[in-house]
Design a binder for this molecule. Structure first.
Ligand code: MD6
Ligand code: FE
Length: 213
C-alpha cells in the first residue's frame, strides 16, 4: 500500500485524472483547523446518520457553514439547521474558507465559494461506500477535500458505478480537488487501518467543502 502514498512530492499539483487534482501536504494550518473542528463539534456533535435504506453509516459526521449535508430515512439533502440541536450549523471559520479557496485556485478552479463544510470522522475499520456527490444544486463548482490524521485509501471510480477504479493514498495535510469532468465520479474510502496519529490519535478527519446552494 505504501506506493499509494509515494508519488513524487515536489509540492506541485498532481492531476490524477481530468478534473482531479491532488495537492500533497497543502495544509499549513493543521493545528488551528483541528481546534476549529473541536469547537464546531462541541456545538454540532459528530453523529452517525442513517441512510434512506435503513443502514447506519459508520462515518461520523457534522457540518459547518450556511448549510449542512444530512442523511435520514427520507433521503439525502442540505438543511440550514442541525436536526440534532435545532440550531443553525456553526459558521464556517474564516480559515476554512481561505484554505478551500486557496486549494481551488491552486487546482485551477477560480472563484470557489463553498457554503458547506461536511466534517467526516473515521476510526479504524470505518469506511465510506462508493457514492456520487450529487445533492448540490450546481455541479460546475468543484469539491475540495482535506485529509487530517490517519492515512486513508481513497477509491476513485468512474461516472458509472461499475467503472474501473484507482486508489489514492491520502495523508495528513493532503488536499484533493475534484471538479469539471470528474465532478460526478463515484468514489469511496476503504476501511481505515489501525494506527496512531501524533495529533489525532486513532482517527482520521476529512473536511469536504462544497457549494451546495
Ligand atoms: C472522505 N470524501 O474523504 C470522504 N467526495 O472522507 C468524499 O466523499 C469526497 O473526498 C467528493 C470529493 C472528494 C471527497
Ligand atoms: Fe463524496
Amino acid at each position: 500500500m505504501d506506493d499509494l502514498f509515494a508519488e513524487l512530492d515536489d509540492g506541485a499539483p498532481q492531476e490524477l485524472a481530468a478534473g482531479v487534482v491532488l495537492l500533497r501536504g497543502f495544509v499549513r494550518e493543521q493545528a488551528s483547523l483541528l481546534l476549529a473542528v473541536a469547537q464546531i463539534t462541541q456545538a454540532a456533535p459528530f453523529r452517525q446518520m442513517s441512510t434512506p435504506g435503513g443502514y447506519v453509516m459508520s462515518v461520523e459526521m457534522s457540518n459547518c457553514g450556511a448549510l449542512g449535508w444530512i442523511a435520514d430515512r427520507h433521503g439525502y439533502r442540505y438543511v440550514a439547521h442541525d436536526p440534532l440541536t435545532g440550531e443553525p450549523w456553526p459558521a464556517m471559520p474564516e480559515a476554512f474558507l481561505a484554505l478551500a479557496r486557496r486549494a481551488g485556485l491552486e487546482a485551477g478552479f477560480a472563484d470557489f465559494s463553498p457554503d458547506v463544510c461536511l466534517i467526516n470522522r473515521y476510526v479504524p475499520s470505518t469506511k465510506l461506500s462508493m457514492h456520487q456527490d450529487k445533492d448540490e444544486a450546481d455541479f460546475s463548482a468543484p469539491i475540495v477535500s482535506v485529509s487530517l490524521g490517519l492515512p486513508a485509501v481513497f477509491v476513485l471510480g468512474g461516472l458509472q458505478r461499475n467503472d474501473p477504479s484507482q486508489r489514492i493514498g491520502l495523508s495528513h495535510g493532503d488536499v484533493l480537488v475534484w471538479g469539471g469532468p470528474a465532478r460526478l465520479r463515484y468514489h469511496g474510502v476503504l476501511a481505515l487501518k489501525h494506527g496512531n496519529h501524533v495529533e489525532l490519535g486513532a482517527c482520521r478527519i476529512n473536511l469536504t467543502f462544497r457549494q451546495a446552494a
